[in-house]
Design a protein. Structure first.
Length: 261
């Protein structure tokens, strides 16, 4: 089972403030639910909104890991989450937690995080749909088989961002990120419904799509599903195999840990 939290930056900060209110000391809530390295990474952002978004993404992942492992949300800042980049050694790489597979993404006002078992190989990507795309987007992001089928106009922008988000989630799941060009793979247009009944508690069976064509060896066999969260963005979850999804809300986290209420 994969745990997922999709939320707004503002709502993550609001819950973090509620959690921190019950803790000794002072300071902004989200800053007290992350590590020193997380605070440094957020502080390195030039714009306040970027710093705030980075902090929300890191706090959200820590709160979801705490929920997954049965620890109080107030202890999220003490969790061991390593983000060492394999290329430069800085703390901006793919997050890693011993015994788990984790992923996080932020875009505009949104945060998306996921936690699964170590062999689940989860990856997430949220992308706000822009008014227009940069020149060269199709050549970089779309597989040759996809380019001719994309519509024009606003629908075309949305469809292209959908394809991009699917692929980035897959590439993050296999540990590559955008070191591999998204145009080198194509996601199937055919959905395979999950084999789990919907409405079973918080479980969502999902409608998963396999990677249909790829020149990226690591991505072969991966799957991706779309999460409904907000109409102006695409929310994607990738994994090694289709799995049931437990979708958390911030209210769920607060209810699971009364000190956050």
């Amino acid at each position: 089972m994969i745990d997922v939290l999709a939320a707004s930056v503002d709502d993550v900060h609001a819950l973090a403030d509620r959690v921190a209110h019950a803790l000794p000391g002072s300071g902004l809530g989200a800053q007290r639910l992350v590590s020193d390295r997380d605070r440094v990474a957020a502080g390195a952002r030039l714009r306040t909104e970027d710093s705030r978004r980075t902090l929300a993404g890191r706090a959200a992942l820590r709160m979801l890991v705490a929920a997954r492992t049965g620890r109080p949300v107030r202890e999220a800042g003490a969790l061991a989450i390593d983000r060492t980049c394999s290329r430069c050694g800085e703390q901006h790489g793919q997050p890693r937690v011993e015994g788990l597979s984790v992923s996080s993404s932020t875009s505009g006002p949104y945060v998306l995080v996921a936690v699964g078992d170590a062999d689940a190989l989860v990856g997430v990507d949220v992308e706000v749909v822009p008014d227009e795309l940069w020149t060269g987007f199709d050549a970089y992001a779309l597989h040759p088989d996809e380019r001719a089928s994309m519509p024009d106009g606003p629908d075309g922008v949305s469809h292209r961002i959908r394809a991009w988000a699917q692929k980035e989630a897959v590439l993050k799941a296999v540990g590559l990120g955008l070191r591999a060009a998204p145009a080198r793979l194509r996601i199937s247009a055919v959905e395979t419904p999950g084999a789990w009944p919907s409405g079973a508690g918080m479980l969502d069976p999902g409608a998963w799509r396999p990677v249909a064509t790829t020149q990226v060896r690591e991505a072969a066999g991966s799957w991706v599903t779309s999460l409904d969260a907000a109409d102006d963005a695409w929310w994607m979850l990738a994994a090694a195999t289709p799995q049931p999804i437990r979708r958390w809300t911030l209210d769920d986290l607060a209810a699971a840990h009364p000190s956050a209420a």
